[in-house]
Design a protein around this ligand. Structure first.
Ligand code: GMT
Length: 384
């Protein structure tokens, strides 16, 4: 198949999932065209059957807000027409599903056979999408899609609750490359970071407010208060970085906390981790948690959104109520001070990650593409 994939290029989850899916589909001999405003972070090397198309934005002094959505629709239409796309799969509803609808309208009959599939990822529904300034457009665009998928059961239900959706939403969960994300020997790195063999606690995110990075620091402080020698590695960057740095200073623990910034080889860092913290205020899936679990790292998370579908309480780690720093701190201390408990959780974490194995989930997307295409063909033949 010739597959068009539209996504954000950033380190955020939807861009990662879209790019990894593109790579997986390309490995199965599909031709994949990725459309984004910059090269996606995970599109690291040249691959023969992946083409990357950058959205051309022509600015003009009149535009205080250059109309990206229109430039995107314009280029999507070109992609369908000239690259002979069979399926257009957009990740994150805003504005991708809307631009895709417009592209199909522009092409009319020429695009009739091309299903538009929208994958809902999270904040496009829970935070941004349900904001009154976007809600009607998101509602409309989801309903105009030929296929809609959500990355968790939670997100599926949440979408039905927040919007007036008349479509079936298929849950296709996020996936993991178990070969890439597995514990590997990173002793040199461990020694450099932890000369006294301290425990390693890791958090990875885009440091948006919803990720609760200052709270990660507070939970870590509880670990130190219990006389456990440990280091906190904070991977990523974003708006809350300064607040997190400030929290370190307030708690007087800056020497034990390292801000590593944005990193490509997260699996190397996870390989030396003893514990992963993800206390988010909203999380429809928690891909970062899955990546940690795949590297055999137990997870402590908040008990919200799709996280309970990934992190199983008492088995792969623990879940606490939102912002319950004491609860997270207590569980962290238990895990880090009990070797056999740690071993059990770490093994279970990897086993649980195996249920999200990449090739299985990519097959589900392939099947869904075929299904949507057949439905569209049936619809157009019955209209004749
Ligand atoms: O908010 C983010 O962290 C990025 C966002 C995205 O869509 O780029 O992530 C969402 O999608 C990820 C991949 O499906 C999920 O693993 C994240 O849980 C989800 N983030 C939130 O719901 C906050």
């Amino acid at each position: 198949m010739n597959i068009g994939i539209v996504c954000y290029p950033t380190f955020g989850g939807s861009g990662v999932v879209a790019t990894e899916l593109a790579k997986g589909l390309a490995q199965r001999d599909h031709n994949v065209h990725i459309l984004s405003y910059a090269r996606p972070a995970r599109l690291d090397t040249f691959r023969t059957n992946i083409s990357y198309h950058e959205v051309n934005m022509n600015t003009y002094p009149l535009f205080e807000y250059p109309p990206y959505d229109l430039a995107l629709a314009n280029q999507m239409a070109s992609l369908i027409e000239y690259e002979k796309i069979d399926v257009l799969h957009v990740h994150y509803a805003i504005p991708h599903a809307t631009s895709a609808y417009l592209a199909k309208q522009i092409l009319g009959e020429k695009a009739e056979h091309v299903p538009l599939i929208t994958t809902l990822h999270g904040t496009d529904i829970t935070i941004v999408g349900s904001d009154p300034s976007y809600k009607n457009v998101v509602d409309f665009s989801i309903n105009q899609s030929d296929g809609v998928t959500a990355v968790s059961e939670y997100l599926r239900e949440e979408t039905y609750e927040r919007f007036d959706i008349k479509k079936d939403i298929e849950v296709i969960p996020n996936f993991i490359d178990l070969d890439r994300f597995q514990k590997s020997d990173q002793n040199h790195f461990k020694k450099a970071i932890c000369p006294n063999d301290e425990k390693v606690v890791v958090h990875v995110s885009n440091f948006r407010e919803v990720k609760r990075v200052p709270e990660v620091v507070s939970v870590f402080a509880k670990i130190l208060e219990n006389d456990i020698e440990a280091k906190l590695l904070l991977v990523g960057d974003g708006p809350d970085r300064q607040r997190a740095e400030q929290r370190c200073r307030e708690l007087g623990i800056c020497d034990q906390v390292r801000f590593l910034g944005k990193q490509d080889q997260v699996e190397d860092i996870l390989s030396i981790a003893d514990l992963f913290l993800i206390p988010s205020g909203s999380e429809t899936f928690g891909l970062a948690a899955l990546e940690a679990m795949s590297c055999s790292v137990p997870v402590i998370s908040s008990n919200i959104g799709g996280l309970p579908e990934v992190n199983i309480h008492g088995k792969t780690g623990y879940l606490c109520d939102l912002d319950d720093i004491d609860c997270m701190g207590d569980y962290a201390v238990n895990i880090l001070s009990d070797e056999s408990l740690h071993k059990e959780l770490a093994e279970n974490a990897r086993k649980q990650a195996e249920t999200f194995e990449m090739s299985k989930i990519i097959s589900r997307y392939e099947e869904y593409y075929k299904q949507c295409k057949q439905q569209l063909e049936k619809k157009s033949s019955s209209a004749v």
